[in-house]
Design a protein around this ligand. Structure first.
Ligand SMILES: CC(C)(COP(=O)(O)OP(=O)(O)OC[C@H]1O[C@@H](n2cnc3c(N)ncnc32)[C@H](O)[C@@H]1OP(=O)(O)O)[C@@H](O)C(=O)NCCC(=O)NCCS
Length: 183
């Protein structure tokens, strides 16, 4: 196991970001289907460099940055990302976000990675709640949140100005005492 490996799941490795991930990350995040419901525009190489720089510093929820940015690897290839970060309003609440290369969609890889990321978040004794927010049109993400056991708590009407229009957003959450028991 490499030293930057954070967790192994039945089919995947979750590890910290590396400088050498830039091209794969840009390839995934510049895909129009991936960027469609994210607040950010499809990544250029320049945007990717800035994002990667930030992610390289996100190495643990207990660190001063209070954030963990992981890549999802399948058989040695980077196929997506999953990130956790403490929110500004309440550091005992952690937000989770995810992306998957569409070429690897529909096989449950994102669910497997996100389930493990929830476990990683709740391993921190002070973490009380994990939330995920998404564009309400992002039905694949909403299904994923439901599949990993998060509850839909809200459907906000037109609360984000995103890419030239007001958009609705969904909030999903899981409390520490709602996490699935590990068997
Ligand atoms: C959101 C996103 C990660 C979902 O990807 P996904 O491939 O649907 O998710 P998974 O990898 O968990 O696969 C689940 C699908 O595979 C199917 N599947 C097949 N084998 C499976 C298995 N062994 N376990 C679980 N699901 C499996 C499921 O039925 C499900 O399909 P469905 O949603 O049509 O019912 C992806 O659409 C994405 O990256 N979107 C762009 C980025 C984004 O919007 N991020 C969210 C910001 S909040």
């Amino acid at each position: 196991m490499n030293t930057d490996t954070f967790a192994l799941t039945p089919r995947l490795t979750l590890r910290l970001h590396r400088e050498s991930d830039l091209d794969r990350l840009v390839a995934i995040h510049s895909h129009p289907g991936v960027a469609r419901y994210l607040l950010e525009d499809p990544w250029t190489q320049e945007a990717g460099k800035a994002q990667l720089e930030r992610r390289l510093r996100r190495s643990g929820l207990a660190d001063p940055a209070g954030a963990l940015a992981l890549v999802i690897e399948r058989e040695g290839s980077l196929i997506g990302t999953v990130s956790l970060w403490r929110t500004e309003q309440e550091p005992r609440t952690v937000e989770v976000g995810w992306t998957l290369d569409p070429e690897h969609g529909g096989k449950g890889y994102a669910s497997e990675a996100v389930t493990t990321s929830l476990r990683i978040a709740f391993e921190h004794q002070d973490v009380h709640r994990v939330l995920a927010q998404m564009d309400a049109r992002n039905t694949a993400s909403a299904r994923l949140a439901t599949r990993v056991g998060m509850r839909q708590e809200a459907h906000h009407r037109q609360d984000y100005w995103s890419k030239g229009e007001w958009t609705d957003s969904l909030i999903f959450a899981m409390l520490a005492d709602e996490r699935p028991s590990q068997s």
